[in-house]
Design a protein around this ligand. Structure first.
Ligand code: SF4
Ligand code: FES
Length: 245
C-alpha cells in the first residue's frame, strides 16, 4: 500500500510502499516506516492504547487517533467522517494519506505544537480549586454526580475536536470545545466552593456564545465526550442566572 505522509512543515509529501495487514493500526505503519524505511520520520505517541491523546493525526483527512485506527476500519470511517474527507486525488489510489492535525503549528512531519490548545486550559484555570468543606476521609460523590462528571472528565486532551471545530481560528480567542467541556466539568464538581462562578470565566462572545453547534467536536471525539452538550447546558445555566437577577 502507498502511504503518503506530509513532511517537514507541511510543504511536501513523501510516499512509502508498505506491506500492510488489516489488523495493523496506523501507528504500527508509522513504526514500520520509521524502523525500516525512513528513520527521519517524526510522529508522536506515548500510551499506544487511546489514553494519552498524543497520536492524533489526519488519516485520509479524518481526525483520528493513529493507535486506535486499524487499517480494516478506514473504509467504514469514510462514511462516518464524510465531512472531513480531503479533495479527490490527495489520497493515493488504494493508499493512505497521513497529515498533522490542522489549526496547530506544525513542528515536523506529523508533530504539532499543542501550545495554542493548552493555553486556554491555563487561562480558564482548569484544575480543582480548594474544597469548600474538606471531609476528614474521602469526599464521596453520588452515582449520578459521578456519571455526569465522567461524561466530560473522560477527555484525553487529544485536540481532535479543536482541529475539527469551524469556530477555532475563526473566532479569535475561542477556547475550543475541549477547554469549554472541561470548564463545565469543574462547574459541575460539587467539591468546589461557589462553582457557578466558573461559568463566568467564559461568559463572552468569544467564549460559550461563540459556539454555532456544528457538533463536529462530538463526532470526532475518540472518548465519546460531548462538548456541544456541555456548551449548551452552560449557556442555559447562565441565562437562568441572569433571570434570577
Ligand atoms: S473532548 Fe474528545 S476530541 Fe476533544 S480533546 Fe477531549 S478527548 Fe479529544
Ligand atoms: S498513543 Fe496514546 S492515544 Fe494513541
Amino acid at each position: 500500500m502507498i502511504i503518503r505522509i506530509s513532511r517537514g512543515a507541511g510543504d511536501k509529501y513523501d510516499e512509502y510502499n508498505v506491506k500492510v495487514s488489516q489488523e495493523m493500526t496506523v501507528l504500527d505503519i508509522l513504526f514500520h516506516i520509521q524502523g525500516n524505511i525512513d528513520e527521519t520520520l517524526a510522529f508522536r505517541y506515548s500510551c499506544r492504547g487511546a489514553v494519552c491523546g498524543s497520536c492524533a493525526i489526519l488519516i485520509n483527512g479524518m481526525p483520528l487517533l493513529a493507535c486506535k485506527t486499524p487499517v480494516s476500519r478506514i473504509d467504514e470511517l469514510n462514511n462516518v467522517y464524510e465531512v472531513f474527507l480531503p479533495k479527490e486525488g490527495k489520497v493515493p489510489e488504494d493508499g493512505m494519506l497521513l497529515e498533522p492535525i490542522p489549526k496547530l503549528p506544525v513542528l515536523k512531519d506529523l508533530v504539532v505544537d499543542w501550545e495554542p490548545f493548552f493555553e486556554h486550559f491555563r487561562k480558564l484555570e482548569l484544575e480543582l480549586k480548594e474544597y469548600s468543606n474538606p471531609p476528614e476521609k474521602e469526599y464521596l460523590l453520588g452515582k449520578d454526580q459521578v456519571r455526569e462528571l465522567e461524561k466530560y472528565s473522560n477527555c484525553i486532551s487529544c485536540a481532535l475536536c479543536w482541529s475539527a471545530c469551524p469556530m477555532v481560528g475563526d473566532v479569535e480567542g475561542y477556547p475550543g470545545p475541549a477547554a469549554l467541556a472541561k470548564l463545565y466539568r469543574f462547574y459541575l464538581d460539587p467539591r468546589e466552593p461557589g462553582n457557578v462562578g466558573r461559568l463566568y470565566f467564559a461568559n463572552r462572545d468569544f467564549g460559550w456564545w461563540a459556539c454555532d453547534f456544528y457538533t463536529n467536536c462530538r463526532k470526532v471525539c475518540p472518548k465519546g465526550v460531548p462538548p456541544n452538550i456541555a456548551i449548551g447546558k452552560a449557556q442555559n445555566q447562565l441565562k437562568n442566572e441572569e433571570d434570577k437577577k
